[in-house]
Design a protein around this ligand. Structure first.
Ligand code: ADP
Length: 477
């Protein structure tokens, strides 16, 4: 049985800031179904709820060297749906107001990665595969190969590194190589870990892993170009023969309109039309929108960052408000976007709602109540939200980029095929045109719209197929 250790900065059901946590919380289960044994390790953040912590048990205590000092590590263990989780505890590093975004992030995650590698020794647990995710874990293949050269147990490990978002690279001062990572400055001089005049955790993972993956086939192609490569396209081109795009799935138990505990009316493909109206009425009441079961409801659940194309939404706001629809936005992030949406809401009560914050329950309710779900992303490695939307019969309206292009089939008015609507260029006008197409089909061709909803719900958004692809990759060891 293949032993796999996932190393990541966040994971459900414990802690989440975005799609990474969805993947870490659901892919291991799917891999276990394929016959692998998967464990997961993440930092023990303040944000991990007390109810979970009560169930953790202490495993081991040791130290790692950071800034030429021995720093204590305490590791706890938990279990969720048959998966063993390890948690690295350090109050100073991880018990803070938010997960990331601190000046010492480099040091925090250097500590985490060192603690992970030493844990293998402490537990005498050496998995076949170390599967690292995103920049927070990119130095693991480097340290494993460079710092444990003479230890066969470490040497036998096969490294898979998954890029969930190339835009976040973990670039830090080169002094860290010596002071925090215990690595030789020659790795900077020979270019392997160097980015500009510093070091890049993301680049290092790409260079040192045995296999590099990203979260959709289309994004795997896009990141080889200067438009999407975030200045790492040349490194990725060099690794292109070991770069695979595997599309994400979702946890179909957690996201299931048939028994979702957060929505008032449960539904399947047959009852979706009737039930969506009921869910819509309930959400409209809760959020202070005008109650109208027949009006088109457009939903957005998103981090409010430049990546997500919200400036297109702001640019077209006047026309969106004029269109025959209601809009509900759930999200938090950049202050100026929050302020703009607040202002729009103030002037358009009953038609437009902005809920500022992170709210899991409301997210479920929006997916279940909306007719369309808007994702006008500038870039989108995979996207989880459109997969959830498909599962809930909520038609995604997406820009044809990254994984959105791989997972949403645009409506073809001649054949009736499709699972959503899409537009090609990053343009407010094209986005608005796409919204109008969806509105036209919704109001003028309700039969076709309903057929699209059924087709969306027929899409397999589970991990089944993708888990098999990961297994094939692991088996290349
Ligand atoms: P990203 O990882 O870039 O944020 P994804 O589409 O891959 O985007 O994943 C976003 C996930 O986070 C989805 O599960 C979405 O429902 C959830 N999400 C985003 N913002 C919020 C929010 N404010 N409240 C609740 N869930 C959110």
């Amino acid at each position: 049985m293949k032993q796999i250790l996932f190393v990541a900065a966040e994971g459900l059901p414990y802690v989440k800031s975005g799609g990474l946590a969805d993947v870490i919380g659901s892919l291991p289960k799917a891999l276990q179904h394929q016959g692998a044994e998967v464990r997961v390790i993440i930092p023990l953040y303040l944000q991990i709820a007390k109810k979970h912590r009560k169930e953790f048990k202490f495993v081991v205590e040791y130290t790692v060297n950071i800034n030429y000092q021995e720093v204590p590590v305490r590791v706890y263990q938990g279990e969720h749906q048959g998966i063993t989780y390890y948690f690295v505890e350090h109050q100073g590093y991880f018990e803070r107001g938010v997960l990331y975004g601190y000046d010492d992030d480099g040091e925090r995650f250097a500590y985490f990665q060192k603690a992970v590698l030493e844990l293998l020794n402490q537990l005498d647990y050496f998995p076949d595969i170390l599967h690292c995710h995103d920049w927070h874990t990119g130095m693991i293949p480097v340290m494993c190969k460079e710092n444990y050269q003479n230890d066969k147990r470490y040497h036998n490990i096969y490294h898979v590194y998954t890029i969930h978002n190339l835009a976040y690279q973990g670039n830090f001062s080169r002094d860290m190589l010596d002071s925090c990572l215990g690595l030789d400055m020659s790795l900077y001089d020979n270019g392997n870990v160097r980015f500009d005049t510093g070091i890049s955790f993301m680049k290092s993972g790409i260079v040192y892993a045995d296999q590099v993956t990203t979260v959709s086939p289309n994004y795997a192609q896009e990141i080889l170009t200067s438009e999407y490569g975030e200045h790492l396209e040349h490194v990725l081109q060099m690794r292109a023969h070991n770069l695979t795009g595997i599309v994400n799935g979702i946890d179909t138990d957690e996201w299931n309109p048939k028994d979702d505990k957060f929505i008032p009316c449960h539904y399947n493909k047959v009852s979706v039309f009737k039930c969506k109206s009921e869910n819509k009425l309930a959400l409209q009441k809760e959020l202070g929108l005008k109650q109208d079961k027949d009006i088109f409801l457009l939903g957005l659940v998103t981090r409010l960052t430049d990546q997500k194309g919200l400036n297109l939404v702001l640019e077209q706001m006047k026309w969106m408000i004029e269109a025959n629809m209601q809009v509900v936005i759930l999200g938090s992030g950049d202050g100026y976007i929050e302020d703009e949406f607040r202002a729009v809401e103030a002037g358009n009560k009953g038609k437009f709602v902005f809920y500022c914050g992170y709210n899991e329950i409301l997210a479920h309710q929006i997916y279940a109540a909306s007719d369309g779900f808007l994702m006008p992303s500038r870039f989108e490695p995979c996207g989880i939200s459109q997969l959830i939307s498909l599962r809930y019969g909520t038609l995604p309206l997406v820009r044809e980029t990254g994984g959105l292009k791989d997972t949403v089939i645009p409506y073809n008015e001649f054949t009736g095929e499709g699972t959503g609507f899409s537009f090609a260029n990053f343009s407010g006008w094209e986005m608005m045109e796409c919204i109008h197409r969806a509105l036209y089909v919704y109001y003028e061709k309700p039969k076709a719209f309903r057929q699209l909803m059924r087709q969306a719900m027929n899409v397999d958004v589970s991990w089944e197929v993708s888990a098999k692809e990961y297994m094939q990759l692991y088996n290349q060891k």
